[in-house]
Design a protein around this ligand. Structure first.
Ligand code: GAR
Length: 204
């Protein structure tokens, strides 16, 4: 049984999708051992409590990055976390944090990276006038929205889309992509050749 640690800062819809898939056995041999938020007002924390999951709020405001990261990593280690899933965690991890979980930290980003890293990626894509948009699940490295890509999902931008409808359709894909990526990292056989993830086989 592998332990997932979820880090979030906001409403937590990606976390909820992961929790649903864990409960339904669609993410095999895994449990969510802790949900950590850096914000006291994160909706995701309330949802996690409703699901009777263990939660922890470790406010980051006013703290040096690594000082906060040390608290988060200690909590993840206390809960024997095997895989860290950033699910709308709006804080850059320090290089020290990244080193504690080599290739064991995933992030989801609402664009087809390397296009539109950073904040409000869906709005950036819409304003740019792209015809194809989507989301990316990737390993976390020291740079923002940057590590090797695990799963991407693409959708067409429709002529009658606005920023909201586009973001909503990207989010639907995020909810599918994240569980796929977790299954692959936990149960798949893959090689990482430079930035390139090559899937050899899936056990389940
Ligand atoms: C998601 O769209 C996620 O891709 C994005 O924040 C949102 C969180 O929503 N993350 C980033 O932009 C990271 N750079 P959620 O709280 O409902 O999962």
């Amino acid at each position: 049984m592998k332990n997932l640690g979820i880090l979030l800062s906001g409403r937590g819809s990606n976390f909820e999708a992961i929790a649903k898939n864990v409960a339904a056995g669609k993410i095999c041999d895994a449990r969510i051992s802790i949900v950590i938020s850096n914000r006291t007002d994160a909706g995701g924390v309330a949802k996690a409590r409703e699901l009777a999951l263990e939660t922890l709020v470790l406010p980051s405001k006013g703290k040096a990055r690594e000082e906060h990261d040390r608290e988060v990593v200690a909590a993840l280690q206390n809960h024997k976390v095997d895989l860290v899933c950033l699910a709308g965690y709006m804080r850059l991890l320090s290089p020290w944090f990244v080193k504690q979980f080599p290739h064991r930290i995933l992030n989801i980003h609402p664009s087809l990276l390397p296009a539109f890293p950073g904040l409000e990626a869906q709005e950036q894509a819409f304003a740019y006038g792209v015809k194809v948009a989507g989301c990316t699940v990737h390993f976390v490295d020291e740079e923002l929205d940057h590590g090797p890509i695990i799963v991407q999902k693409a959708i067409s931008v429709l002529d009658n889309d606005d920023e909201k409808t586009l973001a909503a359709r990207i989010l639907e894909q995020e909810h599918i992509a994240y569980s796929e990526a977790i299954n692959l990292v936990l149960h798949g056989a893959y090689d990482l050749i430079g930035r390139k993830l090559v899937v050899k086989s899936m056990q389940k």
